[in-house]
Design a protein around this ligand. Structure first.
Ligand SMILES: NC(=O)c1ccc[n+]([C@@H]2O[C@H](COP(=O)([O-])OP(=O)(O)OC[C@H]3O[C@@H](n4cnc5c(N)ncnc54)[C@H](O)[C@@H]3O)[C@@H](O)[C@H]2O)c1
Length: 360
């Protein structure tokens, strides 16, 4: 019989509530503990999905009857709580961004290696059906060699959002780039390979100076270039990714969940186009809202994380990917501040094969 794993969930806010719903749907996971400093939130989740209620996260992540810890608190608590959990021998899935800065990311990577546990970064956007389909098409060579990627992601922000911790860089580590731009940075690396150089430009249109509510990044990979736009002033849609290959293009967007693919016939130069609409997800979202899609991506993450744990191998988009994206965020912010191009050579720490967490 396959083993079920006992989970402690720390942070029962918007994302935590969807993490709990995904745990309930997973046949391999049991919610053993729920923790939030806002006790009512933890109690509400416990009532619905089970698990003992904790008020002290340090205690919850070390609980002896817990195998795995999911951290969905504000970003400032990712490093201390993940490290406390890993030091207690727990495998950890930490929401994106892995960390606010490189010091925190380094300490988290070290703790994963030292304790021989699997630390996974919550880059769930790889599992949006349109994104995974696009990556599969690229891998199959459907549009030839990828040479250009343009991605944009964002939401409208707004007065209520700007009052939350997301808009306090001491807690969040930055603005829109570290909030939602990180997903596109992760996907760009996944599709194009490692990034050698970045440039950034940001603005503070509706927030205080120094906090980015719009950020552009230009990235150079070994054989392609990319641009990413991240925004808290995006009034329509959530994300779009255009991948141009030397034989065609892939346009991926959400919502609605769709992929368009265009292929050039090398003999006559004609373009043939196809549109894939993910009807099942589109219809289910109408009833169950965006939560249907998000919870589905969390389930895919859980499955891959459990496979990695059981095989004692690094998870896909593990600590190393979280570390590397943190490094790119810092480089883009530096470029935006100083008006310079910033080289981003791969650090030795990411080349060590012995590290338990890394890129698949
Ligand atoms: N994967 C995604 O697509 C995605 C989307 C949005 C947010 N996130 C990430 O998820 C995390 C949570 O975001 P959210 O929108 O749910 O925020 P949120 O503010 O709704 O929830 C955070 C929760 O953490 C709790 N908390 C704070 N300090 C705590 C402590 N010491 N111990 C226990 N609980 C504590 C808060 O009370 C709150 O309930 C963030 O890291 C964010 O970047 C990921």
């Amino acid at each position: 019989m396959t083993k079920a794993f006992a989970v402690a969930l720390v942070g029962c806010g918007e994302i935590g509530s969807m993490r709990a719903a995904a745990v309930e749907k997973s046949p391999r996971l049991r919610l053993r503990a729920v923790c939030d400093i806002d006790r009512e939130r933890a109690e509400a989740l416990s009532k619905r999905f089970g698990g003992a209620v904790h008020g002290d996260a340090e205690v919850a992540v070390r609980a002896p009857d817990v195998d795995l810890v999911i951290i969905s608190t504000s970003n400032n608590l990712h490093a201390p709580l993940a490290i406390a959990a890993m030091n207690a021998g727990k495998h950890v899935l930490c929401e994106k961004p892995l960390a606010r800065n490189l010091e925190e990311a380094t300490a988290m990577l070290d703790a994963a290696v030292r304790n021989g546990v699997q630390l996974k970064t919550g880059f769930n956007h790889r599992y949006y059906p349109c994104v995974s389909k696009s990556a599969e098409l690229v891998r199959e060579g459907a549009v030839g060699r990828p040479i250009l990627l343009r991605a944009s992601i964002g939401h409208p922000g707004g007065p209520e959002f700007f009052k939350r911790w997301f808009a306090d860089p001491r807690i969040a580590g930055g603005g829109t780039l570290i909030d939602n731009g990180v997903h596109m940075l992760d996907i760009t690396r996944w599709i194009l390979g490692e990034v050698d150089e970045v440039m950034g430009m940001s603005s503070s249109a509706r927030v205080s100076a120094g906090l980015d509510d719009n950020c552009f990044a230009l990235l150079r990979a070994s054989r392609a270039i990319a641009s990413i736009s991240s925004s808290w002033n995006k009034w329509d849609g959530y994300f779009e990714i255009e991948i141009t290959g030397d034989e065609g293009y892939i346009h991926c967007r959400y919502p609605p969940m769709e992929v368009r693919i265009g292929k050039i016939n090398p003999r006559n130069g004609r373009l043939s186009q196809k549109r894939i609409l993910f009807w099942r997800d589109i219809l289910l979202e109408k009833v169950l809202t965006y939560r249907h899609t998000t919870i589905g991506t969390f389930l895919c993450e859980f499955d891959e994380w459990l496979e990695a744990i059981e095989a004692n191998r690094p998870p896909a988009f593990g600590a190393k990917d979280g570390y590397r994206v943190t490094e790119l965020v810092q480089a883009i912010y530096r470029s935006a501040r100083e008006g310079v191009r910033v080289p981003t050579p791969v650090p030795d720490v990411l080349k060590t094969p012995s590290a338990p967490s890394g890129r698949s």
